[in-house]
Design a binder for this molecule. Structure first.
Ligand SMILES: Nc1ncnc2c1ncn2[C@@H]1O[C@H](COP(=O)(O)OP(=O)(O)OP(=O)(O)O)[C@@H](O)[C@H]1O
Ligand SMILES: [Mg+2]
Length: 293
């Protein structure tokens, strides 16, 4: 039996009060395909589009979201889990108007949580619900446990691919493990570093043909981002290209992606609540909510 406090999440009154939050994981299998570039720019573009956005930095490696934004967070989600800091204390504000939550690197903290920490994390995120419309999760490369956990917990998964054999095989491996072992069947595929207009769609179809043969998944084309020197320059300047060079080809494509993402459905009921995201994030843990519809 889950502790009574956790049943709050199933409580109709609580569900009524909680606001739906769109949770989008940006992933891709291979390193360097553009996950962080897409994440920070999508956060920026959705903010400009009037959304209240939080970027959860699920990759505390070297080239992570805070570096892209010129931020230096002192704490991570690990401090929230341990009870040392509140979520508000660890969040950092990006000049573009959204917030960044530095996540603990690796999933160890999430997996090894006890009941108290688990509840603390659910509560911490529930305080965000009334202040946030969209949460974007930038994941690390590969199929590490944390990547799978963040991806399967999100409502939408953007798989970033580019026209390199390793990108396609790594994205395939990611889609395969998420569909076979984590019950994920829908993916949105974004072609990045596209060299000629329209070749992103071709790349998508190539990828889709392979997945359709071997996997029981539905893929949707989320569009293409051109290879753009302005994007590289913006990374060096530690600003999203969307803000630094708004009329650049990459910025325009990222704006299109944000407008499109804004139309993606937010699940109704508890599934659309941010607490549900946290629940799914830590669901391999000892405590689980039993009766979610
Ligand atoms: N559309 C683009 N146009 C030009 N260069 C790009 C584009 N997207 C990504 N890059 C280049 O690829 C590099 C890697 O991008 P990014 O860090 O976003 O990838 P990542 O998938 O997050 O990498 P990691 O797996 O290391 O986290 C960038 O530093 C940039 O030079
Ligand atoms: Mg990255």
């Amino acid at each position: 039996m889950p502790p009574p406090e956790l049943n709050l999440i199933n409580n109709a009154k609580f569900a009524h009060l909680a606001q739906p939050v769109q949770v989008i994981a940006v992933t891709g299998g291979k390193g360097g395909v553009g996950k962080t570039s897409v994440s920070v720019n999508l956060a920026s573009a959705l903010t400009a589009h009037g959304k209240r956005v939080v970027l959860l930095d699920g990759d505390l490696g070297l080239a992570n979201a805070d570096v892209f934004l010129g931020l230096s967070p002192r704490y991570t989600l690990a401090h929230v889990i341990s009870g040392e800091r509140t979520l508000d204390e660890i969040m950092v504000s990006a000049p573009q108007g959204f917030h960044v939550v530095p996540a603990a690197s690796g999933a160890a903290d999430l997996v090894n949580m006890g009941v108290a920490e688990h509840l603390g994390l659910v509560r911490a995120f529930s305080t965000l619900a009334s202040r946030v419309d969209v949460m974007i999760v930038d994941t690390a490369a590969g199929i590490a446990h944390s990547v799978l956990q963040f991806s399967q917990a999100a409502q939408h998964i953007i798989v970033v691919i580019c026209d390199e054999p390793a990108s396609l095989t790594d994205a395939y491996a990611l889609v395969k493990v998420l569909s076979r072992n984590h019950g994920v069947s829908r993916f949105r595929v974004l072609a990045n570093q596209v060299r000629a207009p329209g070749s992103g769609a071709e790349l998508f179809h190539r990828f889709e043909r392979v997945t359709a043969r071997f996997l029981d998944v539905v893929l949707e084309f989320a569009g293409e981002i051109p290879e753009d020197e302005y994007l590289r320059r913006s990374i060096r300047e530690q600003r999203p290209v969307f803000d630094a060079y708004p009329s650049s080809p990459a910025a325009r494509a990222l704006k299109k992606l944000a407008i499109c993402a804004d139309t993606w459905p937010v699940p109704a009921g508890p599934r659309g609540n941010i607490e549900f995201f946290v629940e799914r994030l830590v669901r391999r843990n000892a405590v689980r909510l039993e009766a979610l519809p």
